[in-house]
Structures are given as structure tokens and as C-alpha cells.
Design a binder for this molecule. Sequence first.
Ligand SMILES: [Zn+2]
Ligand SMILES: [Zn+2]
Length: 112
Amino acid sequence: MSCDIKCPYCNKFLNDNDYWENEPQEIYEKECPHCYKIMMVSYEMNPTFITHDAPCKNGGKHDWVPMTGAPVEYFAGRTICTWCDEVKVEKEVNDNAMNDYRSKLKSANKGA
Ligand SMILES: [Zn+2]
Ligand SMILES: [Zn+2]
């Protein structure tokens, strides 16, 4: 992010590397290193948009990859498209895994 500030008195630019110590839109004082006058400064947070292509949204195929995480049973049968983040669940595979997981939890609790 560029943080070039133009002095309203001498119109020279100064670089304020500490601007982030202030909240966006909060007005703070800054002394011009050129003309030594005090100005009031505030800045705005500009959102950054990140885009990438998604062939599956344009008539192409989804690029399914298996999801991973914990517990593994929760992610069994789950795949996610690397392009559009759509999630597909193979219900039967996932249901079976989740049933296993629940019975595992139950038998673990029995000992307590
Ligand atoms: Zn100045
Ligand atoms: Zn997709």
C-alpha cells in the first residue's frame, strides 16, 4: 500500500510508515518533515479484490479434490472443487464414516 502523504502547506510528499498505528479514518497529527507545519491526516482502508478463473463456471468440469481435516470421518466422502470451492458429499460414504465415528465416541465414553 502506498502511504504517500501530500503536505497541504508545501505540497511536498512525505512517507508515513507508522500510519497503520492509527485506525482507518481516525484523524491524527503529522508534522511535515519539509516545512515543519502540523497537518491532520487520516486514511481509508481500501479493500483488495482477489480474482481467479473458474473453468467449471464456464461450461468446464469441476476440479474435485478430497477434503482433509479432523475428524477424518467428517471429511470422508467430501470433495471440494479447487476452482469454485463447491463441496460435494458422497452421502453414503460420509454417513457410514460418521456412524463409525459416533460408535467410536460412544465406546470411548463407556469407560468414563
Ligand atoms: Zn510541508
Ligand atoms: Zn467448481
